[in-house]
Design a protein around this ligand. Structure first.
Ligand SMILES: N[C@@H](CCC(=O)N[C@@H](CS)C(=O)NCC(=O)O)C(=O)O
Length: 228
């Protein structure tokens, strides 16, 4: 049975959605990142980068949410176009767009909007701008398509779902007005039973909620004087 190492943040949740969509049996292993469990030797042996998600599937250990989505899609032959198809190229482009654009810029926008120890207007503006720009690209794409690749629901939509649920947290409470097509797609995916099952993980597992000094020291190694 697949072991799924996760918390409730956007990247692990994309993988939870796939596992539920494909009805793959899995054993959930919560990793409480505010308590530093991502740096335990056992977890670092799975993902030396010390971040969730990761999965163990027999001999295969896969980390990084988008790599896991591709691995599971290729393994099951589901939620991706056949290898060599033009649509497969499109899927790879948009998956990397989420992996290298939507995800990291959203993450940094959240950091400087909510968590930086002091306000840094330049960084706030840069990351808010880049997050908005990326969601704008996605919104234009979805203006003419039901899902990112067209009529077919794929792992790209799952990758988008993980982050799109966080739009107000990333860009502010009024952000949805600028991205109506992303919102429409998010609502459609949210209505799928698999999304409800993935979302129900938060009822079954509790993670540390306090954003205290311990959590700050663990999550932001640079504040504790850690060298990269
Ligand atoms: N590129 C990675 C990013 C994963 C990531 O940033 N995970 C966060 C979720 S909270 C994490 O584990 N953070 C813990 C930390 O930074 O110490 C992916 O897509 O899986």
């Amino acid at each position: 049975m697949i072991r799924f190492y996760f918390n409730l943040s956007p990247n692990p949740m994309k993988v939870a959605l796939f596992l539920e969509e494909a009805e793959i049996a899995y054993e959930a292993h919560p990793v409480d990142t505010r308590r530093g469990e991502q740096f335990s030797p056992d977890f670092l042996a799975l993902n030396p980068n010390g971040k969730v998600p990761a999965i163990v599937d027999g001999d295969a250990v896969v980390f990084d949410s988008n790599a896991i989505l591709l691995y599971l899609a290729e393994k099951t032959g589901r939620f991706l176009p056949p290898a060599g198809d033009a649509a497969r190229g499109e899927l790879l482009s948009w998956l990397m767009f989420v992996a290298t654009g939507i995800g990291p810029f959203s993450g940094q926008a959240v950091h400087f909007r909510h968590f930086a120890p002091e306000p840094v207007p330049y960084a706030q503006n840069r990351y808010a701008y880049e997050a908005r720009r990326h969601y704008g690209v996605l919104d234009a794409r979805l203006a003419e398509r039901r899902f990112v690749l067209g009529d077919t629901y794929t792992i790209v939509d799952m990758a988008v779902w993980g982050w799109a649920r966080m739009v107000p947290f990333v860009m502010g409470d009024d952000a949805w007005s600028a991205f109506p097509n992303v919102r429409r797609m998010l609502d459609e995916v949210n209505a799928r039973p698999a999304a409800a099952r993935a979302g129900a993980l938060k009822e079954r597992y509790t993670f540390k909620a306090d954003w205290d000094d311990e959590a700050r020291r663990i999550m932001f190694g640079h504040l504790a004087g850690g060298a990269a």
